[in-house]
Design a protein around this ligand. Structure first.
Ligand SMILES: Cc1cc2nc3c(=O)[nH]c(=O)nc-3n(C[C@H](O)[C@H](O)[C@H](O)COP(=O)(O)O)c2cc1C
Length: 228
């Protein structure tokens, strides 16, 4: 009887302490699910889900469900004491709180990032602006800036009509790397699909991107626990 009681407690404890991984997927294409970056990231997330059947996927499709523009009204709401915020202000801050919570809870981060006019889509810039919050995802300490978001394997699908990788015209890669490093994310892999405007390159480029993503998943980095 004692032994059965202990078994029961052990199983209960195991269930309570088992953490299934959570993957946060941020798609930024204006074409929502039809976007080339979204299709690459969706295919990856589907494979990840097969490998992690108990894993949870949280999706933010910024093309079909854009965030409100990051503006002065939001900053004013954020700097207003919580008990003095209007309902509108409270809702703006609650949305940003939610975005930050989703990011911090994710063991794996996947971004679908098309190049638009040499930069990241403004929808993604809005997400970045909301999750960059002093005291929540970064702080300035005695040794300068310190990321507070926690490191996690991060896969970025970068799709482009032209070819800009490793050139000074690729403003996306250094920008995203700098921002993610700033909030504490260093384990980053870029998967490029370039030359998509060229019919003769498109298929091979997408195929290569799928292949690189599959290899990344197979390396099991994607299932490592969140670093403390
Ligand atoms: C508004 C717009 C701007 C674009 N600007 C660029 C650009 O500056 N450089 C580039 O290589 N491709 C550019 N493209 C092509 C896209 O990067 C390419 O089609 C990419 O695959 C789009 O990804 P998506 O289908 O996920 O949105 C642009 C496309 C659009 C719609």
């Amino acid at each position: 009887m004692v032994s059965r009681f202990n078994d029961f407690n052990l199983i209960k404890e195991l269930i309570m302490t088992t953490e299934y991984p959570t993957l946060l997927q941020i798609n930024a294409s204006l074409f929502a699910g039809q976007g080339q970056s979204s299709q690459l990231s969706n295919a990856f997330v589907q494979r990840w889900q097969q490998e992690n059947p108990h894993g949870q996927v949280v999706v933010r499709d910024l093309g079909s469900d854009p965030l409100p523009h990051f503006d002065g009204e939001y900053l004013s709401a954020l700097s207003t004491p919580a008990e003095q915020r209007s309902a509108t202000q409270a809702a703006r801050v609650a949305l940003a709180d939610q975005l930050i919570a989703e990011l911090k809870a994710a063991q794996v981060l996947v971004l679908g990032v098309p190049m638009y006019n040499f930069g990241v889509p403004s929808q993604l810039k809005a997400w970045i602006d909301y999750v960059a919050r002093a005291g929540a995802t970064f702080r300035y300490g005695a040794n300068g800036p310190e990321g507070l978001a926690g490191d996690r394997p991060t896969l970025i699908f970068a799709t482009r009509g032209g070819q800009y990788r490793d050139t000074s015209a690729d403003s996306q890669t250094p920008y995203l790397r700098t921002f993610l490093n700033f909030i504490g994310i260093h384990d980053i892999e870029f998967v490029y699909a370039e030359g998509l405007a060229r019919q003769d390159r498109q298929q091979a480029s997408l195929q290569q991107a799928h292949q690189q993503a599959a290899e990344w998943l197979a390396s099991e980095r994607a299932t490592q626990p969140l670093a403390a």
